[in-house]
Design a protein around this ligand. Structure first.
Ligand code: HEM
Length: 323
């Protein structure tokens, strides 16, 4: 979608209580992180960290923000996977979008009947009831927020854990709150989960190196290449939190730059230190080569991440599964 329609609808999201008040959400994120880690610590090892933590956290947060019961997560989790799968037949993708649209339509009706303290209610009360936007537009806004709002963060969190397990010298940075934001930014640059090409049309002639892109021509932008451009990030393959990676484009650039970046950063900045602190000796339960990555998705990620950690001193081995 382009300006002016895009600008107007984007303002609705960017000015919502959710996007302007991300700092207020930190205690809620912290509560979910603590609960998930307490549940996880009670499970027999090994545990799939994706199912129990890196996917579960953004899903719980997005459910709270949307005011949807956690039992509904299967609907949008499944559809988010299908719409991001590169090899999914068009008919399956269309069916997934239809399910999501139907689900969001019911949600908008429910919130219209009984508004609560959540993002969808805010969109309904402030913008739909007042006639500023249509029901279809509320649904259209809800789609990327509900799916993009959990799947991207989930993949970024899981890949960040794998990265830190392979770059253990960086784990100590998590103990210093002042170092965490720079580490998170470097992980965002290094991993760049949105690795499909973003499509744009040039509105005027632009010279890029020796090539001139003419007005009206289409371009496909590879964020992952930009984030590993050695002219901007020397020795780009190296994970280096001291390099000052804040200028990365993992959240895109320009008019469509991710409006959820504050929320995503907050989740990563809270979850990563808490995870490594709560589970000392955290390590993969399988050799690195056996970890399964999302090879067929528009979003780069980890499919399963079986992990082990040191039991607390004095804990018996009861319940520990043999490997
Ligand atoms: C690590 C997590 C995340 C990453 C890496 C990420 C990345 C991106 C990128 C690259 C874009 C730009 C797409 C384009 O230019 O076409 C984008 C757009 C968007 N993101 Fe995110 N995102 C993340 C988390 C979130 C969250 C938590 C939310 C919402 C709660 C969200 C909502 C959106 C929306 C609605 C757009 C469309 C914006 C527009 O077109 O104006 N994202 N995201």
């Amino acid at each position: 979608m382009d300006a002016p329609e895009h600008t107007e609808l984007r303002q609705v999201v960017v000015r919502s209580a959710l996007m302007t008040g991300v700092e207020r959400l930190r205690p809620l994120i912290r509560r979910h992180v603590d609960e998930l880690l307490a549940e996880l610590a009670r499970l027999p090892q090994p545990v799939d960290l994706v199912e129990r933590f890196t996917l579960a956290l953004p899903v719980r947060v997005i459910c709270d923000l949307f005011g949807v019961p956690i039992e509904d997560r299967k609907v949008f989790e499944r559809c988010a996977v299908i719409v991001a799968r590169r090899s999914a037949p068009g008919i399956e993708v269309a069916a997934a979008y239809a399910s999501l649209t139907e689900y969001l339509g019911r949600l908008v009706d429910a919130k219209n009947e009984k508004p609560a303290d959540d993002l969808v209610s805010e969109l309904v009360v402030k913008h739909y009831r007042t006639g500023r936007i249509t029901k279809g537009q509320v649904i259209g806004l809800g789609l990327p927020l509900l799916t993009g709002g959990h799947a991207t963060t989930a993949h970024q969190l899981a890949l960040s854990v794998v990265s830190l397990l392979r770059n253990r010298e960086q784990v100590s940075l998590l103990a210093d709150p002042a170092s965490v934001p720079a580490l998170v930014d470097e992980l965002l640059r290094h991993l760049t989960v949105v690795h499909f090409g973003l499509r744009r049309v040039a509105v005027e002639d632009i010279a890029v190196g020796a090539t001139v892109i003419r007005a009206g021509e289409g371009v496909v932008l590879a964020l992952q290449s930009a984030n590993r451009d050695p002219a901007v990030f020397p020795d780009p393959e190296r994970l280096d939190p001291t390099r000052g990676s804040r200028g990365h484009v993992a959240f895109g650039y320009g008019a469509h730059r991710c409006p959820g970046q504050g929320l995503a950063r907050a989740e990563l900045e809270i979850a990563l230190p808490a995870l490594f602190h709560s589970l000392p000796g955290l390590r993969p339960a399988v050799p690195f080569e056996k970890i399964t990555f999302e090879e067929d998705s528009l979003l780069y990620g980890v499919r399963d991440l079986p992990v082990l950690w040191d039991p607390p001193p004095g804990a018996s081995d009861c319940g520990k599964r043999s490997e």
